[in-house]
Structures are given as C-alpha cells and as structure tokens.
Design a protein around this ligand. Structure first.
Ligand SMILES: C[S@@+](CC[C@H](N)C(=O)[O-])C[C@H]1O[C@@H](n2cnc3c(N)ncnc32)[C@H](O)[C@@H]1O
Length: 373
C-alpha cells in the first residue's frame, strides 16, 4: 500500500515524480459523422486457393488480411472473389487503390510452364517480376519462383527489357507479372510501372536494415517515403509525433532535415543530443508548434481515430504542408476504422489522402496526404 502525506491547509503539494507525466490531453474535436458502407458477409478463405480466371484482375495482400481486401473490393462493386490466403480477384479494375492491396494486375492467361509465360508476355520491353503470394504455402514455393524467373529472363534475353522496376518507371514501360498461385500454375499479365500499386515484386518492398538504424520503425519510414515518392531534404522543417526512441527522427536527420521530436518517452542519446533536433517531452495532443512545418510525421502508438483527429487539427491550423503517418489498427475488424481515418483526415483539410498497408506494416497502415489549398 502507498501512503501520501495529508496536505496541510495553505500548503501546495510538493512536485512529485509523477508531475513529469504528460499533461492531460486536449479534448479532441468531435469526429465528423462518417458513414461506413454496407458490411459484406465474409466468405470462408478457400484453401487451397481457387484458380484465377483470365480476363479478371488479381490482387494480393498480407496473409490474414484477404477478407478485409475482399470487402474493400466489394465496396467498389468490381465483382470480387476471395481466391485464397493472400489472394482476391475481381472481374473489373478497382477505381481506387485498396488499402490492403500490395499488388494488382489484369490476368492475360493462367499458364503451367515458364515457357508459356514467356510466350504470353510478348516482346514489348517490360521488367519481369515472378513472385509467390506472401503466405506460408506461397513462400514454401520460393524455389519454383527462382527457376521460373531464370527461364523467362533467359528466353527474353534478346529483348531490351528495363534492368530495374525504376528504369521501367522512367521509360514508361510495363512490369510483366507472373504470380505463381499454386504449384505449376501462374497468373500472367502486366501493368504500367507508373500505374502499379508497388514497384516491388508482389508489393514486397523489403527495406535494408542498417547498423545505425536497426529498428523496424526506420524501415517503415524508408518504405513510406519510397511509396510517397518525395522526401524531406536539407533544411526542411519536420515534426515527428510519437518519435521515441528516434528511428524516424534519425532517418530525417540523415536527409539533412531539422526535426522537432515529440514524445512522452525518451530519445536515444545520440538522437537527443543532435544539433538539429529539439525534443518536446510531452504528449502530442497538447503540443503546439511555434511555426508551421514542411512535413508532419506521426508514428504514435495511440487510438487511430484520435490520432487522425489530431492530424486533422494540424491541417485545420495550417501547421504542416505534407503528412506521412503510421496508424495502428490492433482491432479485429479494421475497415470501419480505416473509413473513419480517411473521412477525418479529409474533413480536416488534408487532400490526396492515400492509405496503404505497406510491406513493413503489420496491424497498421501508412497514410500520406498534402494540405488542401
Ligand atoms: C512505435 S513507437 C514510435 C517509434 C518511432 N517512430 C521510432 O522510429 O523510433 C510509438 C511511440 O508513440 C509514443 N506515444 C504514444 N502516445 C503518445 C502521445 N500521446 N504523445 C506522444 N507520444 C506518444 C510512445 O511513447 C512511443 O514512443
């Protein structure tokens, strides 16, 4: 049991250790009413996966998220079918990139050999990507994937294929897609690199762990910035909400930015002592910047809709121009929260709002946006 001294009249309680706790949060502006589309009855995930159909689209996602992806595609009324773990197909193209899709392409043909795949891919220059769904069964067939790729690439040796997905992007070329959906069964098609959901095979954009920034958090930011396509540069003013222990802040410093770092926790000593960092040891809900910043970053481990409301406040007050955030979705039924996050950000004044579960995201999504007007 803990005892406290009774307070004598006229005496103020001495500062306790607890006073270092963050002040109570500002009461958030009530969220706008954001309707969630009609819910879709979830079918069972077929196992083994159903065979995809030529003429349809094939989408892939992180294993375990296929029902969320299926429902998102049902909302877009494009004739979705849940094919199996990590795989959903649609009869028509989706109008909006789904949050939970890593990659998607129209299927030209379903083939049984790499020779048939090479033939179907034709002779137009394209960066060939052979991949398996990111599932237990799919990953067990990674060896088959390597063998298919080397056969297809050797059969296309005479063609002037772009060397990398980035080269395909720059040349306006295609990414040829060969997805091994089952042993000796591949869906073959292609997308323009500039229209692809990801430039990485199957959307698995693996970031390098570096010795200076070994955290998954830093890899999440690297992938997010690659996805956004622009990054803060030298002298840019960045605010990093939920910054401790400092993986994101460190990455921003490496790019030459100045960083205001806000967290109730402590930064790693090398980050805290950096000349371009100012750490506010407090809750982000009570933080007000002294001047507007170029970039707002946020990786707060807090309730996602409340974080979205906080980010909306930053747009309303014109405190930031560009947003990159990672929002946590620990709940089982994630889609209503995803809908509320988008609606809250858009109502707050963020435009071009993009939400995506990237490769390094687990029960979380990455958000990017720019301030409207
Ligand atoms: C996933 S960690 C951030 C990791 C960080 N991006 C990095 O790269 O090191 C989540 C952080 O959110 C912080 N956090 C949670 N609620 C917060 C709040 N209300 N205000 C500020 N920080 C908060 C936690 O203290 C924790 O450090």
């Amino acid at each position: 049991m803990r005892y406290t001294q009774p307070m004598r009249k006229g005496h103020h309680r001495a500062k306790r250790r607890d006073d270092r706790r963050p002040p109570p949060r500002e009461r958030p502006v009530p969220p706008p009413t954001i309707p969630v589309p009609h819910r879709v009855k979830q079918p069972k995930v077929p196992s083994p996966a159903l065979r995809p159909t030529a003429g349809h689209w094939l989408f892939t996602c992180r294993e375990g998220f296929e029902t969320q992806l299926y429902e998102e595609l049902c909302w877009q009324r494009c004739g979705a079918t849940l094919l199996g773990p990590g795989l959903v197909s649609t009869e028509r193209a989706a109008k909006q990139p789904p949050t939970f899709a890593r990659m998607g392409f129209p299927i030209d043909e379903v083939v049984e050999t790499p020779q048939q795949a090479a033939q179907r891919l034709g002779t137009a220059p394209a960066k060939v990507q052979v991949w398996v769904p990111d599932t237990q069964a799919g990953n067990a067939r990674a060896g088959e994937c390597v063998a298919w790729e080397s056969t297809i690439v050797s059969l296309r040796a005479e063609l002037k294929d772009p060397a990398t997905p980035w080269a395909a992007f720059e040349q306006g070329a295609r990414l040829a897609q060969v997805c091994l959906v089952a042993p000796h069964t591949a869906a073959v098609g292609s997308v323009f690199a500039r229209e692809a959901l990801s430039l990485a095979p199957g959307g698995r954009a693996r970031m390098k762990r570096t010795a200076e920034a070994p955290s998954r958090a830093a890899m999440k930011l690297d992938e997010a910035l690659e996805w956004v396509g622009v990054s803060p540069g030298k002298g840019d003013r960045c605010v990093d909400l939920g910054s401790a222990p400092g993986g994101w802040t460190r990455r921003l410093l490496e790019r030459g930015a100045r960083v205001i770092s806000v967290d109730t926790g402590l930064l790693a000593p090398d980050v805290a002592s950096h000349s371009r960092v100012k750490h506010f040891h407090q809750t982000a809900f009570a933080f007000t910047p002294e001047e507007p910043c170029d970039w707002l970053f946020c990786d707060m481990a807090w309730r996602p809709v409340e974080v979205a409301q906080l980010l909306a406040k930053w747009a309303r007050n014109r405190w930031a121009t560009q947003l990159v955030a990672n929002l946590k979705l620990p709940m089982k039924d994630k889609l209503p929260t995803v809908v509320r996050i988008r609606g809250t950000l858009e109502a707050g004044g963020w435009s071009n709002v993009k939400l995506r579960q990237l490769y390094h995201d687990r029960d979380e999504i990455t958000v990017s946006a720019v301030r409207a007007g």
